[in-house]
Design a protein around this ligand. Structure first.
Ligand code: IPM
Ligand code: MG
Length: 352
């Protein structure tokens, strides 16, 4: 049997409780996957003195892909490597409602859109400091009359580049082409006319290469309002990093919460998959974390690996289990454990 190597980083707090049954579910459907668990975080520090040892990086580099549990900091070094080290610039976050998902909407029928979030730049460059440090640069505020030196505060640097915007916007257009053929771009281009204005200008420019895709653009606050009012209007939506972080969590709320929020981060040479949710420390140890987000992220991974047939089967099984509504985790109003839900989904996969 030809094996396919996948790295698993289970994550922190309750995240490993979702990861273990998901890996076991996928493992029983796709026995050729060789799951590798490299040292990261605290265990790695104890053993090697480094949060992300070279051996771990080598294993990530030589594997086809990585399935990552959420981090609360301890496995953060691995997350940084998977994003910035592997240049996974397009974070794809689908929001799709299925009957049985506990939506906050009166009518969630037909909600099926994807947020494509720029994943590497914007405020995520992580450059922060004290405002007086900037005083010598002679910068002038467009809004405040006070000289910068008088601000006893802190700053964060927001960087939007032409290249960084172009590649993610192009990916989003390509994705829209495979779906309903509609692309929405959003940023705060009225107030941040230079940085977010660049993101808008690049989107308008890239749109010329995709005349077959319907294109629209909204200022991000207006978009947030439309998202809550009529999420059915959207197909693929592309936006800078921080707005994407915030709005993808909001989007998950529309279809039943973070328990359903899948995510995949794609670069030109590598992709890795992780649920959009955090580590749920409040329920750690209880084995009730909803594994659907991790499982749906693993399905995106299977699609990436060319195993679309298995992923379609799992999707169908998830839809059946939710529609039936007998085995659900507490966040969806049930009292099943994480493993109960995975077992029910696996049983459905096996009869499909
Ligand atoms: C996410 C998370 C991360 C982010 C954190 C853990 C750094 O919230 O993947 O959405 O902000 O990107
Ligand atoms: Mg987030």
């Amino acid at each position: 049997m030809n094996t396919r190597q996948v790295v698993v980083i289970p994550g922190d707090d309750a995240a490993p409780e979702a990861m273990a049954p998901v890996v076991s579910l996928i493992g029983s459907l796709v026995p050729e996957i060789d799951w590798q668990y490299p040292l990261v975080g605290e265990a790695a520090i104890e053993a090697t003195g480094h949060a992300l040892p070279d051996d771990t990086k080598t294993l990530i580099d030589s594997s086809e892909t990585t399935l990552f549990g959420s981090t609360s900091g301890k496995s953060g070094a691995a997350l940084f490597y998977l994003r910035w080290g592997k240049q996974t610039y397009a974070n794809v976050r689908p929001t799709r409602w299925f009957p049985g998902y506990k939506s906050s909407l009166a009518d969630p029928e037909g909600v099926d859109f994807i947020i494509v979030r720029e994943n590497l730049e914007d405020l995520y460059l992580g450059i922060e400091g004290d405002v007086p440090e900037l005083a010598e640069l002679g910068l002038k505020s467009r809004t405040s009359r006070r000289p910068l030196a008088e601000f006893d505060g802190r700053y964060a640097l927001k960087v939007i580049t032409d290249e960084g915007s172009r590649r993610v916007i192009t990916k989003a257009f390509e994705l829209a082409r495979t779906r309903r053929g509609k692309l929405t771009a959003t940023s705060k281009y009225n107030m941040l006319s230079y940085t977010d204005g660049l993101f808008r200008d690049v989107a308008i420019d890239v749109a010329r290469d995709f005349p077959d895709v319907e294109f629209e653009m909204f200022i991000v606050d207006d978009f947030a309002n439309r998202l809550c009012k009529r999420p059915q209007d959207f197909d693929v939506v592309v936006m800078p990093n921080l707005y994407g972080d915030i709005l993808s969590d909001a989007a998950a709320g529309l279809v039943g919460g973070l328990g359903m929020a899948a995510s995949g981060c794609y670069g030109d040479d590598y992709a890795y998959f992780e649920s959009a949710h955090g580590t749920a420390p409040d329920i750690a140890g209880q084995h009730v974390i909803n594994p659907t987000a991790t499982l749906l992220s693993a399905c995106m991974m299977l699609d990436y690996m060319g195993m679309n047939e298995v992923s379609t089967r799992i999707h169908g099984a998830i839809a059946e289990v939710y529609a039936e509504g007998r085995v659900l985790t507490p966040d969806q109003g049930g009292n099943a454990s994480t493993t109960d839900l995975c077992d029910a989904i696996l049983a459905r996969c096996q009869t499909r």
